[in-house]
Design a protein around this ligand. Structure first.
Ligand code: SF4
Ligand code: SF4
Length: 275
């Protein structure tokens, strides 16, 4: 028996059981906020630490509010290291959402009842009806619109035996003519705006757009740069946002399944004690 067959038999199956079973090796996928554990002064400190403006304080420390935008978070970990009681990593890969607002937590600490994540209604009935058309399989055209290639490294892993996206009916295609879904990484530079629009226009209807990573969602560390035209939703209509820098392969898998209506949206930047 060949050495490789023997090795395969010894190691058993390596492919993740996700989404049917949770993946025990899931890496941190997002920063979670326990806003009620923060004082106003700590919130101001966290806002000062955050390099991308993902944590902001509105108003002054006495009467204002904390705003945390996971679309801007680049997972640098500064807030987690400085204020571990209030900021933690979450390994749950279900971080993708269907509307940009769902990535934002707003918490008010001055009213006495404790901060509450704002309820943001994300009902998009028309979109959901169109998503049901894709239930069985999805062909994905990926476009790098100005990425550092971190997101591509994670995307590449989806084709490995560990994640094996084909088992879920998900396939990358090199041509937009065969694609149901446009998955975009990177900031959308001015040079990539037109090629991106051309790719989108070449896709048949109905079609979906997924913004993958902090750069595509909000510009990430390059927000406001001279050559940046994005974020992506200023250029194309976005159906699913998957935060992270980069998003993990499991988070990308969840986003694609969410896009075709085969997964639930679970993300909320805020956590309550005991949840
Ligand atoms: S981990 Fe995210 S939210 Fe925290 S400081 Fe870094 S960028 Fe800001
Ligand atoms: S989100 Fe992070 S990993 Fe992805 S392209 Fe931007 S900087 Fe690179």
């Amino acid at each position: 028996m060949s050495r490789w067959i023997a090795l395969g038999l010894r190691r058993g199956m390596l492919t993740t059981g996700y989404p049917r079973h949770p993946d025990p090796g899931a890496p941190p996928a997002a920063v979670r906020v326990r806003a009620e554990a923060l004082t106003a002064e700590q919130a101001v400190r966290a806002a000062d630490l955050c390099p991308t403006g993902a944590i902001q304080v509105e108003g002054d420390a006495g009467t204002g509010a904390l705003r945390v935008d996971m679309g801007r978070c680049v997972m640098c970990g500064r807030c987690v290291r400085a204020l571990p009681d209030a900021f933690t990593y979450s390994t749950a890969p279900e971080v993708a959402v269907r509307s940009r607002e769902r990535l934002t937590l707003r918490a008010v600490w001055s009213r006495g009842e404790g901060p509450q994540p704002e309820a943001i209604e994300a009902a998009e009935e028309l979109q959901r009806r169109s998503l049901s058309l894709f239930r069985r399989s999805l062909h994905i055209r990926h476009v790098d619109a100005g990425s550092c290639n971190g997101c591509e490294s994670e995307l590449q892993m989806l084709g490995s035996p560990v994640y094996d996206l084909h088992r879920l009916g998900l396939f990358f295609t090199p041509t937009p003519r065969h694609a149901d879904c446009l998955l975009v990484t990177g900031v959308v530079t001015r040079q990539m705006e037109q090629p991106l629009r051309d790719t989108y226009d070449a896709m048949p209807e109905p079609k979906l757009v997924v913004a993958a990573g902090a750069c595509a969602i909000a510009g990430g560390p390059f927000e406001g740069g001279l050559t940046v035209r994005g974020p992506l939703d200023h250029v194309l209509p976005v159906d699913v946002y998957v935060p992270g820098c980069p998003p993990s392969p499991l988070a990308l898998l969840h986003a694609l399944l969410l896009a075709v209506g085969r997964a639930q949206e679970r993300c909320s930047p805020g956590v309550r004690d005991g949840s």
